[in-house]
Design a protein around this ligand. Structure first.
Ligand code: ZN
Length: 201
């Protein structure tokens, strides 16, 4: 992963949360496999510890959808770059990470994102209102264990109206790259992490 350090171009940016000027901004351009010219931006506030990351793909400006069909251990190491406006979906497990007002970018792999979802679902246990709802959550957590431990086949869909989020495939033959129409791009929602299957209605 080649990267070009732009630290010499540090800007003075106040913290968006506490307005402190004690912030450190790092930005660099990384050349990733299949994705040249990815601009990475990070802001850290030394007063309130707020952190913000984002990515801008300088080579693609179109709304994009990437689908990776993971089916083995190596596939689970596929890297995901999620920019602040990116949506991540796992259709088989009905999980979705949508951009929200506090969304920042991150880099992770498929296993890491599934573990993160699992951790967030665990938090839902405390708010479960009925035994049935609690049971569904417990089952969902064990189902994720099966995916993670056995590298069960799973599709990951990454969509971004500005083409800034991407998938860096472990095996490029398993990656689908689709340019979205304006109409499809407008349908991309913004919100929070949604677990459609877990509500006990
Ligand atoms: Zn701050």
């Amino acid at each position: 992963m080649k990267s070009e350090d732009l630290s010499s171009e540090l800007m003075e940016t106040p913290c968006p949360v506490c307005e402190s000027k004690n912030t450190k901004v790092t930005q660099k351009i990384m050349d990733l496999p299949h994705f040249p010219q990815m601009w990475f931006f990070n802001l850290t506030c030394s007063d309130c510890l707020y952190k913000y990351n984002d990515f801008i793909n300088l080579s693609i400006k179109n709304p994009m959808r990437y689908i990776y069909h993971a089916e083995n251990e190596e596939d689970y190491t596929t890297k995901i770059i999620r920019a602040a406006n990116g949506t991540i979906r796992f259709p088989q497990i009905e999980a979705m990470i949508e951009p929200g007002p506090n969304a920042t970018g991150f880099v992770s792999n498929i296993e890491g994102i599934l573990r993160d979802i699992q951790g967030k679902v665990r938090f839902l246990l405390a708010d479960a209102e009925t035994q049935k709802e609690r049971q569904k959550i417990v089952e969902y957590i064990s189902m994720l264990d099966v995916y993670i431990d056995e590298n069960k086949p799973i599709d990951i869909v990454v969509e971004d109206p500005f083409g800034n989020s991407t998938i860096i495939p472990a095996d490029s033959t398993k990656l689908e790259t689709i340019k979205l129409s304006e109409e499809e791009a407008q349908k991309l929602k913004s919100g929070f992490i949604v677990f459609e299957g877990l509500k006990d209605n």
